[in-house]
Design a protein around this ligand. Structure first.
Ligand code: 5GP
Ligand code: ZN
Length: 131
């Protein structure tokens, strides 16, 4: 059983931000920023590619509500919403979850995009995506 399933069934303790029949939100143990929250479905799906759309929508509805609540009560300067899908993308727990990361300064979390557009053939990639 995965670590989040153990949290869901109470085998491992967690700080619960929100819970209903389908969705659980907990404080991330690492607290990359203050209030760093994970929102997950109670049923085990490995990632965004595996979770059925209706379950996905339940999770994302709570992501929005909790982002609003965190924004209101922690008053961050900004918020990142993040999902890692697959090991190459940084996923370490293979139970679908969404990170809510309140941001207090421009530098309190490093999420870096490099401009690789000079190497990209946009028409070719468009064709591939939509084939
Ligand atoms: P990922 O890298 O898969 O997107 O994120 C997994 C997250 O789960 C990490 O940020 C990590 O700190 C968090 N995490 C791992 N184990 C536990 C745990 O036992 N309890 C809680 N609350 N968070 C955990
Ligand atoms: Zn699981």
């Amino acid at each position: 059983m995965c670590i989040f399933c153990k949290i869901i069934n109470g085998e491992i303790p967690s700080k619960k931000v929100y819970e209903d029949d389908d969705v659980l939100a907990i404080l991330d143990i690492s607290q990359a920023t203050l209030g760093h929250t994970l929102v997950l479905p109670k049923k085990h799906y490995a990632n965004i590619l595996e979770i059925p759309t209706d379950e996905y929508q339940k999770v994302m509805k709570k992501v929005k509500e909790l982002a609003e609540k965190i924004n209101k009560n922690l008053k961050p300067a900004g918020i990142n919403i993040l999902n890692n899908c697959g090991e190459a993308a940084g996923q370490t727990v293979m139970h679908y979850h969404v990170h809510i990361l309140p941001r207090y300064t421009n530098n309190d979390l490093k999420i870096e995009f490099t401009d690789n557009s000079s190497n990209a053939d946009l028409d070719a990639v468009l064709k591939k995506i939509n084939n």
